[in-house]
Design a protein. Structure first.
Length: 235
């Protein structure tokens, strides 16, 4: 194992971006290791030219980064040996694309795929291709129950080993709401306007197939659902 501790700071002023505190000699004198730290525009690149054996690790101690910069990491970040989640996809559904039905709607400030008068007895799917190499997937999203649900179930399915499996379900009865708040759609109150999905699954395939649906059976202007802020993490 090679241990490199590099302390550097990046500052932005009238003369441009400057790096300081960088022990360049230590870095450049490592034989067979073309280690680089360089600036491109306002982006700081670290270890762009690394050619290390797999079992070797590099530890970078970034003391300070200032200015309008982004730290780009091509692979994963680990803290104390724990590989961290990497956000690889996020959708706010302001302009849905690639779903089997790309209709969207808005309730208050929430923009969602589907929603009032749109999704009822229905399933929408999308395939996310070429995910980075991984062994686990985390899906984070909001599922919205709108109007006159009477105990039906909303669900999410993921394709694992070629088969769509239910990985998340939740049911809702509008009667539970009592003195409810009408947030969205028709006059029925939304007792569970947002059901958060935060789900981890073992998964290593390159492509991820996701489906959302519900066991509703009536008019989407009477009972409906939507999904907002969809995110995929891998590690
Ligand atoms: Ca309503
Ligand atoms: Ca129904």
């Amino acid at each position: 194992m090679i241990f490199l501790s590099v302390q550097l700071s990046l500052s932005l002023d009238a003369s441009g971006l400057t790096l300081s505190g960088l022990d360049a000699e230590l870095l450049l004198n490592q034989p067979n290791h073309a280690f680089s730290i360089f600036l491109e525009g306002s982006t700081l690149h670290l270890g762009q030219c690394l050619e290390y054996e797999e079992e070797e690790n590099i530890f970078l101690n970034l003391k300070e980064i200032q200015g309008d910069t982004a730290l780009e990491v091509e692979n994963y970040i680990s803290f104390d040996g724990m590989q961290q989640w990497k956000l690889v996809h996020i959708e706010d559904f302001s302009q849905p694309i690639g779903w089997s039905d790309n209709r969207n709607s808005q309730c208050g400030d929430v923009i969602m795929l589907g929603g009032y008068c749109q999704f009822s007895d229905y399933e929408v799917k999308k395939t996310f291709e070429n995910l980075p190499q991984h062994t686990q997937v985390k899906i984070v999203a909001n599922f919205h129950f709108i109007d006159a649900w009477i105990g039906e179930t909303g669900y999410m399915k993921v394709n694992i080993d070629g088969v769509f499996n239910y990985v998340w379900t939740e049911s809702y009865k509008a009667g539970q709401a009592g003195f409810g708040v009408n947030v969205c759609g028709a006059h029925h109150p939304e007792g569970k306007f947002v059901a958060p999905i935060d789900l981890m699954i073992p998964h290593s395939e390159k492509n991820l197939h996701v489906a959302f649906g519900a066991t509703l059976e009536e008019d989407p202007c009477d009972e409906s659902w939507g999904v907002s802020m969809f995110q995929i993490f891998v590690r």
